[in-house]
Each structure stands twice: as C-alpha cells, then as structure tokens.
Design a protein around this ligand. Structure first.
Ligand code: NOJ
Length: 761
C-alpha cells in the first residue's frame, strides 16, 4: 500500500498561518479592486445619455463575422455593448478601435463567441470531457481554448453549458457535462477557472458564461426549446447547484435558458433572476439573454408585444439582449411611460460595465496574435490527445479482444463512415475548429502499426445515415482477409447539438446491419462509436467483441483512439450519463428517488415470458417495464479497463457525528490486474430518511488514481454538512440528522458500503 508522508505539526501550522495571511491579503486586494471598479462604473454612468445606456445592453451579431457599415455606425454611435461572432482579428481590432476611439465615451466591446470545446484545436465535446472525470484536464482544456480564442480578439465565451442533462434525445446533451449535479458542478467550475484564469485582466483570460439558467436540460420529451416543468425542490436540488457553484467560482456572466420554466420563460423569470440569482446568491455579474429569447416570449404567449417582452426581461434581470432588438426599440418608450425606471436601467448598465472593467478592456487596445502562444501548437494537440484518451469509455471487451497486439497483428480491417472523416469527429459547435488539424482514426492506426501491417480501409457507408448496403460485401471481404475488424460507427456531428434532438437514439442508417455483416466474416469485431449522445446500442452488443464509446472526440480522435486500441494506454473513461437499453426508458438516471415498490431482483418477468391468461395477481407489482426491465444498459459511472480494480476496507470516521461535523469516508482500491492504469474511484451517499424523499444514491466525490499492477491506494473523501445538505419542504437548505449509506467503487453500482449517523445534538 502507498504511504503518503505526513507533515509535521509545526510545518503544517506555519503553512496554515501563511495560507491565512495570503487569503486575507487576496481578499483585501479583491475588495479594493472591486471598489475601484465600482467607482469607475459610477463615474462613467453619470456621463452616459439614456441612448448610450441602452446601447450598452445591445449585443449585435456580426453577420458572417464581418463589420457591416451599419454595425460600424452603430458602434460609433455608442449603440452597441457587445458583438458576437466576429473572430477575424483585423475585424475585431477595427470594431474595438471604432468603439474606443470614435464613440463618444470610448467604451470597449465585449466580443462574444461560442468557444464550447476548444477553438482551432478541438477538444472532445463536453459530454466526452465529462467522461474523463478529470477536472484538472478540463480546466487546462478551457485555458487552451481561451488562449487560442483570445488571440483572435474574443474576450467572452458562451460556455460552460452546465445544464444537468438526463435526456439523450435532447441534442444539446452533447454540450453538457452529463446527468449529475455534482459532476456538472465540479467540471463547470473547472472550465470557468480555465477560461477566466486567476485574473480576468490577464491577456488570454476570457469571461465565461454559465448557461442556460435554468432547467433547459429538462426540456419536455427531449425536444429542444420544450417546456420545462420542474418542481422548485428539484430545481434547487438538481438543476441549480452547478449554477450556484459557478457564482461561487466567480463566473463573470450568466445566460438565460430558452425554456418556459414552470409557465414563466426564463428570460422573464423574476424568481430565477431576482429571488435566486441576485438576492440569494448575490451574483454581481452580467446576465445575457439567449439568442432572441426575449422576443420569443411573445411567441410563448407570455408577453403581448415586443415592448412587453422588453419590459418583462429587463425588470426580471436580463441585462443584455442577444441578437433581437426589443430593448433598443422599446426601452425609450418604457422609460418615458415610467413602466421602467432609470434605476432599473442603470442596474443593468452597471452589470455590463463592471464586466468590461473586470476584464481590463479599457486598458487593452489591439489584439496581436503574436502576443499569444501559437494556436494548435504541439502542446495543445498533446493536451487534446490526453483529454480525449481519458474520455474514451470501454463498454465491452469479451475475451479480452482489446488491446490489439501490435507484435502479432498482420492485417486489420478498418471499416465505417467515421473512420476517416476529419469533420464528423469534431462534433457540434465547432465554428472555429480547423478540419485540417484533424487526425483521423484511420491515419493514426496506420501510423501506430507501421507498414508491416496491412490496413484495409472500407468506408462502407457514405454517412452514418446511409441506407445502401452495396459496399457491405467489400467490408466483409476486408474483414475476412484480416486478423480483426475495427468499425468506426456512430452519428455525424449534425445529429446532435442545438435543435438536433432525436426521437430514436439508435445507430442511424444501416449501421446495425453493417456490424452484423462484418460479424459474418468470423473475425474479432471491435466497434468504436463516435456520437454526441448515448445511443441505444444494445442490438449490436451480441455481434461486437469490444465496444469503445468515443463521443465526438475532436481534433486528436485518431491518436487517442489508436493508443487505447493498441494498449499504449488503458481505457479509463467512465460514463457521465446513464445509457438506456431502449429509448422508452428515458429519462433514466441513477440518482432517482425510490418508488414505494422498487423492483425486486430475481422476480422480473419479461413480457415474452408471461404466460397467456396470467392474472395480475400472478405478477409482482413493481416499478419496471415489462419489455425493458428496470436496469439501464450501462449505469452512470461505468467504464472498463484493461486491468481490474478491487475495492476494500471502507470506513467512515467518525461513524457517528453531530450534524455540522465533517466525516471522512475512505476505502482501499487495488489494481488486481496486469497493467498499470487509471481508475476513477467514486463516492456515493444515500440519506436514508429525509423530510422529503431523497435520491437512492448521489455522487459526492471522485478521485482519479493511477495504480501499477498489485498496487493499493487509499482514497479518502471528506463530507461536510454542506455536502449533505439539501432543500427540504420549506425550501430551506439544511443537513438533516439520521442514517446515511456511503459506497465507494468504480461506478454508481458500487457495492462496498459503510454507514454513518448524524445526530442532532
Ligand atoms: C443559442 C444557444 O442556445 C446558446 O447556447 C448560444 O451561446 C447562443 N445561441 C449564441 O450562439
């Protein structure tokens, strides 16, 4: 077992004192900066005309990234606070020049862009990044993206998307960190830190945006923009925590959701933006609407006119309007009619200006790409490869068919529409991604095996949606002449992302038939799936010896996948979202509440096994589907490795504590297999009885550890009162006394359990 050396007490106390002093100093400095910024904001505000104030609330789209004469004139007149989608550095510099030198008050522009998973160097889609369960790499990835984007003059990204997402039909699940509030919070904070750095004024730091506040991930039926009906208690316990964590991490901006949340569109929702965001959480930053979401409130039937929509949005707390112009067009009249008062307008303007000062934009002049590290550098590509490799999830590996043996391999068939497609591997939201940088699986496999292995490539299908099977015979032939076949399947980028929901989440086109056909060649079949969401892949599992889930892996898909296929690295990704067996199980997630009649293992009778004329009394009344049972295909947190890990010696200390006292949960994880590998140890907790029903399990911590064969390591997690607190019936957040179960293991199905008790006194 690894022994971690302990600090001596005096050294520890000296460190504590130093840390405390540093903390006091940092806080004092931060307060001074805040005060100085507030003073500058006030000074500027007093000089502004009403038109200039309204101008600051406008975010204008740069059509095709260009500065039209109209946009130039508007910026010059001080009618624009932010421009989105201009990333050509000469255009950005010119826009900033006009704003700072030709407009009356010289206020710089916020330059917004969707930098979602990389910029030129494309990282895995956020759902893939989440599968790496590695906040440090996510932070580094965001930092890399920020630097690449900042070199083009971008100073604000609309990321991270921290919508808890439990519906794989929803196309935007690709952009999310998955289904779990804790995982989403941790990774959301990591990416905010990466984008913003320690100091927003530093070149290369860009403002992050926590989006979409809130509940967008729960769109009814997974249909994009759909109604969101979430009880307040679930809003607070499930969907809001990542946003609260983002505020605590100092995120500069928020974006509202498109959603109608419980009958009130998010962009006009005072409860969300005033009561929660400003009053309870004290968010000091800027809130931007989503694209025309203010205007949409008319279509929702919430506002009678564009003017009313502007009124609802500004009074609810949307500071800046993206793309539509209801503020520009109607705020003057709303002010004149005294429906909106100057204090409300000023508050919004302050929020915009404060972010500009925080970013140091008044001091930045031109963006010179030469001041930044080169984009798509070897270092960036290496980081992308590392993150991608850790995001790959090995779902099945029958007969240890993986890793492939380079020494003994003579030939390999590489088949499928995703094997060599430099565009489709990048995924959704890659406005600035450069396909020329893409390294495809086919190229990387050729590189890794060298010329002595015959690599037979057959695309077999034009796209993942193709129905023609004419090239299947060629694929079968290639497989039968090779030692093994690797199929690269999935869904193209365009099948996930905004407005790209699917009702069926199976492998599209004739891909299932392709797997079956290749299987008939009688060689080992390895399937690698590149997709933006969990797909219902159960039908191919019988015909695939191994399955690797690669999400949309980005620029470095090929080298990362090749390393895993050939055992240079052992797979270590874990699912950040539950995989359903069939789409009808959705929503299915591990942190469900129990029913009064949970399934009784061993008593489930499948629809095909129920005898004719069986009376209801002959069956158990349990919560399941007659045709799909009650288990998902793969649970949250699941993922195999080329080695095995054993968990033992779980303990909680103290096992009985007063509410408010932290407890420590620990266990020993041992690599009981033959190769060195990473494991993601996960801690789950159940609050057994609550004043409101609690989930059957909740993720409370995780740790990535690297272990050599035979090596053991203790993983230890501290649980504070805050970690165990939840919103109860009275909508107050509290930790309740009682019994808790704690599990530590390699997935949400972990079985190693210890209990502890929190007492009221
Ligand atoms: C709409 C999307 O919902 C949002 O996430 C994105 O940032 C904006 N469009 C800007 O492109």
């Amino acid at each position: 077992m690894t022994v971690i050396p302990a600090f001596s007490r005096s050294a520890a106390s000296l460190l504590c004192t130093l840390a405390l002093l540093a903390c006091v100093n940092t806080t004092a400095r931060a307060e001074a900066t805040r005060a100085a910024i507030d003073e500058r904001v006030e000074r500027l505000l007093t000089q502004m005309t009403v038109a200039e104030k309204i101008g600051q609330l406008a975010q204008v789209n740069a059509d095709e990234g260009k500065m039209s004469a109209k946009l130039r004139a508007a910026v010059k007149a001080g009618m624009v606070g932010s421009v989105l989608n201009a990333v050509d550095v000469a255009t950005v510099n010119e826009l900033q020049r006009v704003a700072m030198q030709e407009s009356r008050l010289g206020i710089p522009l916020l330059m917004g862009r969707d930098v979602i998973h990389g910029f030129k160097t494309v990282l895995p889609i956020p759902l893939g990044q989440a599968a790496a369960w590695n906040p440090d790499l996510v932070q580094q990835g965001a930092r890399m993206a920020a630097l690449e984007a900042a070199a083009s003059g971008v100073n604000w990204t609309f990321a991270p998307m921290i919508d808890v997402s439990r519906d794989p039909r929803w196309g935007r699940i690709a952009e999310s960190f998955g289904e779990d509030p804790h995982l989403v919070s941790v990774l959301g904070v990591a990416s905010i830190r990466g984008f913003q750095g320690d100091d927003l004024t530093r070149p290369g730091a860009i403002a992050a945006c926590a989006k979409h506040f809130v509940g967008y991930g729960a769109s009814e039926g997974g249909r994009d923009y759909g109604f969101v009906g979430i009880p307040e208690i679930d809003l607070r316990n499930v969907y809001m925590p990542p946003f609260k964590a983002a505020v605590d991490a100092g995120v500069a901006t928020f974006m509202t959701a498109f959603s109608d949340v419980n009958g009130v569109p998010a962009s006009g929702n005072r409860f969300l933006m005033q009561t929660v965001l400003r009053d309870e959480w004290k968010f000091p930053g800027l809130v931007v609407s989503d694209w025309e979401s203010i205007l949409d409130m008319v279509v929702h039937g919430f506002a009678a006119s564009e003017k009313d929509a502007a009124f609802e949005a500004l009074s609810a707390g949307v500071d800046m309007e993206m793309a539509s112009t209801t503020y520009r067009d109607h705020l003057p009249a709303l002010l004149a009619e005294k429906r909106i008062d100057m204090a409300t307008l000023d508050a919004a303007v302050r929020n915009v200006l404060r972010v500009k000062f925080r970013l140091g934009l008044f001091e930045r002049t031109v963006t010179d790409p030469a001041d930044y590290p080169p984009v798509a550098s070897e270092q960036n590509l290496a980081l992308a490869k590392k993150l991608t490799a850790q995001s790959l999830v090995l779902l099945q590996n029958r007969g240890a068919v993986l890793p492939l043996e380079r020494q003994s391999l003579r030939s390999l068939a590489v088949i499928g529409p995703m094997a060599d497609d430099d565009y489709e591997q990048l995924g959704t939201w890659i406005y600035d991604g450069d396909t020329a940088l893409s390294r495809t699986p086919l190229q990387a496999i050729r590189d890794i095996v060298g010329p002595q292995v015959a690599v037979r490539h057959v695309r077999a299908m034009e796209t993942t949606r193709s129905r023609t099977t004419t090239a299947f015979a060629e694929a079968v032939d290639a497989a039968s002449r090779s030692d093994a076949a690797v199929l690269f399947l999935g869904e193209e980028s365009i099948l996930s992302g905004e407005a790209h929901s699917r009702a069926d989440i199976d492998l599209p086109g004739n891909q299932m038939e392709l797997v079956r056909a290749v299987r008939s060649a009688g060689k080992p079949v390895i399937v690698v799936i590149l997709a933006g969401r969990p797909l219902t892949i159960e039908p191919i599992l019988g015909d695939a010896d191994a399955v690797v889930y690669a999400w949309h892996p980005g620029t470095m898909a090929g080298p990362a996948i090749a390393d895993i296929l050939f055992g240079v690295e052992s797979p270590s990704g874990k699912l950040p979202v539950t995989f359903p067996r069939v789409v009808g199980q959705v929503p299915i997630y591990y942190a469900q509440r129990n029913t009064g009649k949970p399934p009784l293992p061993g008593t489930f009778l499948h629809i095909d096994d129920i005898k004719v004329r069986t009376s209801q009394t002959g069956l158990k009344n349990k919560s399941w589907y007659l045709d799909a049972g009650y288990e998902p295909l793969y649970p949250f947190g699941y993922g195999l490795s080329y080695t095995s890990f054993a968990y033992s010696d779980i303990a909680v200390t103290p096992s009985r504590a007063r509410v408010g006292m932290p407890v420590q949960v620990r266990a020993v994880v041992t690599n009981v297999g033959k190769v060195e590998a990473d494991e993601v140890a996960q801690l789950y907790v159940q609050d057994v009885v609550g004043s409101v029903t609690r989930p059957v399990r909740e993720l409370k911590g995780f740790q990535r550890v690297r272990l050599e064969p035979g090596e053991s390591r203790e993983v230890s997690f501290q649980l504070t009162a805050d970690d165990l607190a939840f919103y109860g019936r009275d909508m107050r957040r509290a930790t309740e006394p009682g019994t808790f179960h704690a599990w530590i293991g390699g997935s949400s199905k972990a079985e190693l359990r210890a209990d502890f008790e929190l007492t009221a006194d």
